[in-house]
Design a protein around this ligand. Structure first.
Ligand code: GCB
Ligand code: CA
Length: 879
């Protein structure tokens, strides 16, 4: 009878709770406050923005050098409901670059330094309940000697570029204030096939002015969702306690292991209740995985006792048109893209990223390394080190529970830009300081997490890192190697690795970066270093992949980079962009993505290279035919290639690559490849450029001083490389291709941002001293377009550290003034490009020309001062 009454009462109580609403809040509440902030910077008018937001999405890509680095302010009225009264309210930032100051209702709450970590503030005492509250966030991305990174090959986009949310908790709660971790740390110090030991540390904050007795319960769910363990203990938490430590240690039998193929995840639900009233206070869900692993200096990486070759990419957190301000789905999509390629490894470079990145690694089975942003150099100051240590602590505490994560990393190419040359007296003490800072960070990380490995990524100089004594500090050596890109010859990679193995045979090693810039609009059948062609990038990766497969000591390799990314000072084929991604800024896969997919996946796979090159052209090689090679990537031994529906040949596939010449004909060419029951096809619109121009002539677009094809996508204009004039055909007479000079040699194209155009590659090459351009076109009216840019740097361009001496040297070539005479008529007199538009700026001149009586078009360039130049030319038959 009594029981009955009690249960009825309970039932009634819970109905009351339901109706009353607030009493229902047994779980902590968390919601984003991203929307509608009034933003202003540098005296600009306020405008409304939402997080994620950066103020540099546009100015990091425009023609003005530099981008805004200074303060920006966000203001908003945040309504705090009355129901939050009596609770603890935190504001949590997933990331703001790089120093953020929060003010609530006119009172400064706190400051956070560092652009890539999560942070939060307890704002309870600053709030007015049931009212609007003034929030102001001041952020600056100004250079700061004390905060890493000092410099780097990526754009330091400023702003609140990740989510911001409020978390509302009961006064006694699981702590979010230990470096903005979740307050729960799950360690798995011993895991085997048969059992796993699990240590769960829970941190509790008591916001009450009295001691509280609480019950802490852990419920452990296996990957199938079944409860496999429960534990509960009572704790007495002192008044006002912060980060009171509660520990639970237990074992799980027959663990379902986390691995890259079957990334099985356990979850622990942690609840805290008031011991006296049994009122629920807080709750947190933590996923974890059970696995063990080791790195060997000779034989690489082992996961759960099984050898796993780690192959994947690095990743930067930006996207076309958005800068670094990406909504969640972009992060998720990137990780899916990596997994779909067959990648089982990511080096999260050069800084911690959105929390979803590691969440996805756990779920998809991608082994990860993550690092703090010490790049290129350190500042020899204690405040730089203390900020680095703070970042290291945030790093470990915020990402501690991810089973995917096996490496903490903390310096990238830190000897690339020492402030002194190695002969300078100060160099020795700089090296000692780098060593001291590295040791301090290493110790801090290993104290916080004795289980994982540590890594430092070196650039290709063994001496520099020996000078700084860094071979002895981290557990794994990462090599960022660019032989064949920043220096000649892919094979120097192999020579370098051999030397390294002899010098340091006992260090586990990862190829932490390697890559080549590719602008997918550029193609070449004579590819060379720094031409930015698709074909050169393909050759580079084909070579590196072979080395990676056959080097057993290499535990893993991470391509530089998953995606093209912003690097404002770069003046490459796509200015302001580092285009070493195997996908574009828009994540469209490049050939190399497919090459790796062919290597890494086991499902039958076949892919034609460069299917995005849909408008091609080429000089006639036999009557009506232009023979051009295509590549195929596959994981079969051979593939059969079809052209216009008919089998052309069955070609062998070696190391996942095959190649065949296609006899392209004018118009639509259908190509298909088949192997192992799968196929890939594409349609190429081909213009055969006849050696003798016939009556069907329509258009000719030629890149001068260049071996490159350029695919002008929007208008499907196929630019072809220059050739010397031959009777009945077309081409140049006289002159030399321009080669940009560097400290060590030459580059095939100028490394200049050509102002006023997006077709930079067309302007970055030129023929110097050209005498004539001739085309034996049929009679008619033609539009002739001259593409010009003066490629001399007017001021010495700042050297890019990563270019390792490949920067073009400013040259003074003297004045260049010339006349242009078309079919005997002086059409353009005294062309003087710097005077007309300035240097490094695109100028396109259009002239209408009528050709009669088989005279064709003859363009004479006659110098008045210096030599004549031409960057590109297009002839279009008008009527
Ligand atoms: C590197 C750096 C990376 C650069 C890359 C490059 O070694 O670690 O930050 O972006 O080279 O492309 O030059
Ligand atoms: Ca440009």
């Amino acid at each position: 009878m009594k029981m009955h009454v009690l249960s009825r009462m309970l039932c009634l109580l819970s109905m009351v709770a339901f109706v009353a609403g607030p009493l229902l809040a047994q779980r902590p509440v968390m919601y984003s406050i991203n929307e509608a902030w009034a933003f202003s910077k540098a005296g600009d008018a306020e405008r409304i923005v939402s997080f994620p937001h950066t103020w540099n999405a546009v100015d990091a890509r425009d023609d003005e050098p530099g981008f805004y680095r200074g303060e920006g302010t966000y203001r908003k009225q945040v309504h705090i409901p009355g129901s939050h009264r009596g609770k603890t309210v935190y504001i949590c930032f997933e990331g703001a670059n790089q120093v953020a100051t929060l003010t609530v209702n006119g009172r400064e709450v706190g400051v956070h330094k560092g652009g890539y970590a999560r942070f939060n503030f307890d704002i309870t005492d600053y709030l007015h309940w049931d009212r609007d509250n003034d929030f102001e966030i001041a952020v600056t991305n100004a250079h700061d000697e004390a905060i890493p990174p000092l410099s780097a090959d990526f754009t330091f986009f400023g702003g609140v570029y990740r989510d911001v949310y409020l978390t509302v908790k009961e006064r006694l709660h699981i702590s979010p204030t230990d470096m903005a971790s979740t307050g729960i740390y799950v360690a798995t110090p011993q895991v085997s096939e048969t059992r796993a030991s699990v240590h769960v540390t829970t941190l509790l904050n008591n916001g009450f002015a009295r001691e509280v007795g609480a019950t802490v319960r852990h419920t452990v769910y296996d990957p199938a969702g079944a409860v496999v363990y429960r534990t509960e203990t009572d704790e007495t938490i002192a008044a006002g306690a912060a980060n009171h430590v509660h520990k639970a240690v237990f074992e799980l039998a027959d663990p379902a292991l986390w691995c890259t193929e079957t990334p099985q995840l356990y979850a622990v639900k942690t609840t805290v209740t008031d011991k006296a009233t049994q009122r629920p206070l807080d709750e947190e869900r933590t996923t974890f995985g059970l696995r063990w692993y080791r790195f060997s200096a000779d034989s690489g990486f082992f996961l759960n006792g099984r050898h796993v070759k780690l192959v994947g990419t690095n990743r930067h957190q930006d996207y076309l048109g958005k800068g670094n301000a990406l909504e969640d789905q972009y992060h998720v999509h990137d990780m899916r893209l990596l997994k779909a390629m067959g990648g089982n490894f990511i080096r999260i470079s050069h800084y911690p990223q959105d929390p979803l990145v590691l969440d996805m690694c756990d779920r998809l089975g991608i082994v990860a390394s993550v690092e703090i942003p010490i790049v290129n150099a350190v500042t020899e100051r204690q405040d730089f080190l203390s900020n680095s240590l703070l970042m290291a602590e945030e790093l470990v505490k915020q990402h501690f529970n991810h089973p995917a994560l096996v490496i903490w990393s903390y310096m990238n190419e830190v000897m690339l830009r020492p402030p002194y040359t190695s002969t300078d007296a100060a160099y020795q003490s700089y090296c000692a300081e780098v060593n001291r800072q590295a040791l301090a960070i290493e110790r801090r990380i290993r104290t916080l997490d004795p289980a994982r490995y540590t890594m430092i990524a070196f650039h290709g100089s063994m001496k520099a890192y020996a000078d700084a004594g860094l071979f002895d500090v981290p557990m794994v050596i990462g090599w960022n190697l660019y032989q064949g890109w920043y220096s000649d010859g892919f094979h120097h990679l192999d020579a370098f690795l051999d030397q390294y193995r002899v010098a340091y045979p006992n260090k586990p090693t990862i190829l932490s970066e390697y890559g080549a810039d590719v602008d997918t609009r550029i193609h070449s059948f004579q590819p060379e270093r720094f031409d930015f062609s698709v074909e050169y990038g393909d050759l580079y990766h084909e070579h590196y992949l072979k080395t990676i497969r056959t080097s057993d000591f290499l535990a893993g390799a991470a391509i530089w980079n998953l995606n093209d990314f912003h690097s404002e000072p770069r003046n490459d084929a796509v200015p302001h962009i580092n285009s070493k991604g195997i996908t574009g800024l828009d994540r469209k896969p490049k050939n190399t993505y497919h090459l790796y997919k062919a290597f890494l996946t086991t499902e039958p796979f076949v892919k034609i290279a460069s299917t995005d090159w849909r408008s091609r052209s080429g000089a006639e090689t036999a009557p009506g035919v232009s023979l051009q090679p295509i590549k195929v990537y596959a994981n079969s031994d051979s593939v059969t290639v079809y052209h216009q529906g008919e089998a052309l040949a069955t070609i062998p596939i070696a190391d996942n690559v095959g190649e065949i010449d296609i006899p392209f004909r004018q118009g639509e060419n259908r190509i298909e490849v088949r192997a192992n029951g799968v196929s890939d096809g594409c349609i190429v619109d081909f213009a055969v450029v006849p050696l003798r121009l016939g009556s069907d002539f329509t258009e000719l677009a030629v890149a001068l001083g260049s071996k490159r094809h350029f695919d002008e996508r929007d208008t499907r204009t196929a630019w072809i490389p220059e050739r010397p004039y031959a009777q009945g055909g077309w081409g140049y007479v006289g002159g030399e291709p321009y080669r940009a000079k560097t400290r060590f040699g030459q580059l095939p194209a100028a490394a200049l941002n050509i102002l006023g155009t997006d077709l930079d590659p067309l302007f970055q090459t030129q023929r110097v001293g050209i005498e004539r351009f001739k085309a034996d076109v049929p009679d008619g009216r033609y539009a002739v377009y001259f593409y010009w840019a003066d490629l001399r740097a007017d001021a010495p361009v700042e050297a890019l550290a990563y270019n390792l001496g490949n920067d073009a040297i400013a040259e003074a070539a003297g004045e260049r003034v010339f006349d242009v005479v078309i079919n005997g008529v002086p059409v353009l007199e005294r062309v003087d490009i710097p005077r007309q538009v300035g240097v490094q700026r695109a100028m396109v001149k259009k002239c209408l020309v009528d050709a009669y009586d088989g005279e064709g078009i003859t363009i004479m360039f006659s110098p008045v001062k210096g030599q004549a130049i031409l960057n590109a030319i297009k002839l279009l038959k008008v009527n």
